[in-house]
Design a protein around this ligand. Structure first.
Ligand code: IVH
Length: 710
């Protein structure tokens, strides 16, 4: 929405938003007025990009900073406050393509507390106590603490228990009808369990999980299509898709956090009980919530979630505190359209602005050349980031990243940091910076760089001749889930390869103590330990060995399937493509990769030399292998189990023939849940997937291990 004021003489910039310094020559109030107008225009523009175009130009943190700068100015100069200022209303608008829906009860926003320390929680509690006129010695106030999901607010209208309409928030008064896309979301029930109230509007957040977001972007990248900036944007795009069939292929999740219009339902007396009641009706409600007391209860929750934030399967940008008692909520009421009884307490942002200082090219294990942005150090998602991936040349071009640009860097969860966009308005006009070009020769070994026809990736054709690929191949071979050579980390591999001491995998097993000690910073004890680890790694299993070889497209589970099917390495090495295709889950791509690998005489040579070094495993003829008890079953692990680690549980399940997946779907057979199991457990319950605890898992394994009755 355009500002009502006259536009500023100079275009607003991010800098003026943060510094808020009046021009020295102008009268102070004129300068303040100009600054306020500039900030409003800037915020409106960013809000339009965010809410309507789904293409934000700056990170949320930047928006928040400008918003706070405006709030501070308006607080000091209340005479300049207008009803249309972004601080006075909920921003947003209705898209043309979708039908507008007027909300019976407006969908409001909540106040944001940006002080990310415990002080933020204390301030909110103090404001509640003040508004309720509580005496200093009155008991602590009870709150519900929840996650602040980073998606899109949604109102689900159930009539007589049936999903009748789904609407976005829009400007808070009028949203858009998105029933068609929301009906494709598995997590959202079409019918409420045990509730036939004439009207019950459930409000919550629709979002995309990080793993679903990563795979969607991966698919888009492979297809050369448009990638999404972050899960929130991807979710917004899906929800407003005019074509429900596209929406169906892009999975969304939903958690309820409140209600709108209600007719014929006795709303429980507390917020927490209301959420429990919704959960009992089959509505997804996140389990990561708590009823707490006083400011310490709030800040403990904030700190506890902060410690787990990266491990959550979805993005959050803070937590939300709500006065639990609904009667007290009513008493507290609203101030400038925000409830006095709720606040969002933020965390440090997962997206930040920084400058691109250079663009390097990294060579991976399979020879893939990845352009990487070298950045001015920036604190994002809990760490200082100095490099961020640009994925491939085409992605880099689409984002038009140039040296000197201001870029939005995102780091969420364990995902590697990436440049999601550049801020065009921030580009320095000169000097002219040419477009990045992919090198024609590998920057590490000088071999030719090739691109698969029609593919998006460039590769070094040097194979193990290339030191970069050799280093990665060694690290891959040594990793815990492959040959498990403890102590063979980045630094040592780097030295071993750079000094020319190791050219191929078998060289690893030919090193003596003297050679190792000669390495820089290598103490005798570590050298001895490494030799012991190398010796110990010689006794292995065929799946670990196969996985460790680093054959393209052969991950851990494919290695296991191949080993199980062929029984011996020789049988596998000599298998024809047709025989390879007989293995469950092996398609033409994997079959071709395996064939190509073993068709190279030097790869066969490596295998023979490794065997000659003493690497061995038990082999069996395929026919001797028993049918595994949990073959064909898919499990998902979540939370902390009392005695087994994640890896141990995974190993046990896989040894019994089961597959272990990372996300719950209708195809999941069992979810194994431990302490602090979060949304996966919730999803299992929603989808009716059986849930096991550790004893349950052990029982199933013991049961399954028993030979089937003859
Ligand atoms: S309560 C009247 N609870 O954050 C109170 N909001 O401005 C309504 N959000 O638009 C909001 N998680 O989209 C609430 N647990 C949560 C939330 C949450 C995410 C979003 C919501 C809203 C915005 C707050």
């Amino acid at each position: 929405m355009p500002p009502t004021e006259t536009p500023p003489a100079t275009p607003p910039s991010v800098r003026s938003a943060t510094d808020a310094a009046p021009a020295p020559s102008a009268a102070p109030s004129d300068a303040v007025a100009a600054e306020i107008v500039a900030l409003r225009a800037q915020l409106e523009r960013w809000a339009h990009q965010y809410y309507v175009l789904d293409a934000p130009e700056v990170p949320d943190a930047e928006y928040d900073r400008a918003f706070r700068a405006l709030q501070a100015l308006e607080d000091s100069y209340p005479e300049f406050v207008t009803p249309n200022s972004p601080t006075q209303r909920v921003i947003g608008a209705v898209l043309d393509g979708l039908v507008p829906v007027r909300h019976a009860v407006p969908m409001l926003s909540i106040k944001t507390e940006t002080d990310t320390t415990a002080e933020g929680a204390r301030k909110f509690d103090a404001s509640v106590r003040k508004a309720l006129a509580l005496a200093a010695d009155a008991p602590a106030v009870e709150y519900t603490a929840e996650l602040k999901f980073d998606g899109l607010a949604l109102s689900l209208r159930y009539e007589r228990g049936e999903l009748a309409q789904a609407a976005t928030r829009g400007d808070g008064e009028t949203g858009e009808d998105v029933t068609h896309t929301i009906r494709t979301v598995d997590a959202i029930p079409r019918r409420l369990r045990g509730c036939a109230a004439p009207v019950l509007e459930v409000r919550g957040e629709v979002f995309m999980r990080r793993d679903d977001f990563e795979s969607l972007n991966e698919r888009q990248r492979e297809a050369g299509g448009k990638t999404f900036v972050n899960p929130r944007n991807a979710a917004a795009g899906v929800v407003r898709q005019l074509d429900a069939n596209i929406a169906r292929q892009r999975p969304l999740a939903f958690f309820a956090y409140g209600i709108g219009e209600v007719d014929g339902w006795d709303v429980p007396a507390t917020h927490a009980a209301m959420l429990d009641a919704l959960a009992a009706m089959g509505v997804p409600v996140d389990a990561d919530r708590a009823v707490v007391r006083g400011p310490e209860g709030l800040s403990d929750f904030h700190a506890g979630i902060a410690g787990r934030r990266n491990a959550l399967p979805f993005d959050i940008d803070g937590v939300v505190y709500k006065v639990n008692d609904r009667a007290l909520q009513q008493q507290l009421g609203f101030k400038s359209r925000e409830p006095r009884w709720a606040v969002a307490h933020k965390y440090p942002a997962q997206e930040q602005l920084t400058t691109v200082r250079g663009i390097d090219v990294q060579v991976g294990r399979t020879g893939k050349l990845t352009p990487v942005a070298r950045l001015a150090p920036v604190f994002v998602g809990g760490v200082t980031v100095t490099n961020a991936t640009l994925h491939n040349l085409f992605e880099l071009r689409r984002k038009d990243v140039r040296i000197g640009d201001t870029a939005i860097v995102r780091r969420a969860g364990d995902v590697i940091p990436e440049v999601v966009a550049t801020v065009a308005t921030e580009r320095p006009r000169h000097p002219y910076v040419p477009n990045f070009r992919m090198p024609r020769q590998c920057p590490v070994c000088g071999s030719d760089v090739v691109r698969e026809p029609g593919g998006v990736n460039h590769r070094c054709s040097g194979g193990l001749f290339c030191a970069a690929q050799r280093k990665q191949a060694l690290l891959h071979f040594a990793q815990r889930r492959a040959m498990d050579i403890e102590g063979l980390g980045d630094k040592i591999v780097e030295q071993l390869v750079d000094s020319g001491m190791i050219r191929t995998l078998p060289d690893l097993y030919r090193m003596g103590l003297a050679t190792l000690i000669a390495l820089e910073r290598m103490a005798e004890k570590s050298a001895r330990n490494l030799l012991v680890a190398l010796e110990g790694s010689k006794e292995t299993t065929l799946p670990r060995f196969l996985f460790g070889l680093g054959i393209r497209n052969v991950g851990e589970s494919t290695a296991r399937d191949l080993a199980r099917h062929f029984g011996s390495l020789d049988a596998l090495m000599d298998a024809t493509p047709e025989q390879l295709l007989e293995v469950a889950d092996v398609g033409p791509i994997v079959a071709a990769s395996v064939r190509t690998f073993f068709d190279q005489p030097h790869n066969r040579e490596v295998v023979e030399q490794l065997r000659a070094c003493g690497i061995h495993w038990q082999e069996g003829a395929p026919a001797e292998r028993p049918v595994l008890p949990l073959a064909g079953k898919t499990f998902v692990l979540t939370g902390t189990l009392p005695t087994l680690t994640r890896d141990e549980a995974k190993d046990l399940l896989e040894a019994a023939g089961a597959k272990v997946a990372s996300s719950v779907s209708k195809k999941t057979d069992y979810v194994v849940a431990g302490e602090e199991a979060g949304s996966k457990l919730e999803k299992a319950r929603t989808l009716g997937v059986p849930v096991l605890d550790e004893p349950g898992l052990q029982a199933l394994l013991a049961d399954g291990a028993r030979p089937p009755a003859a």
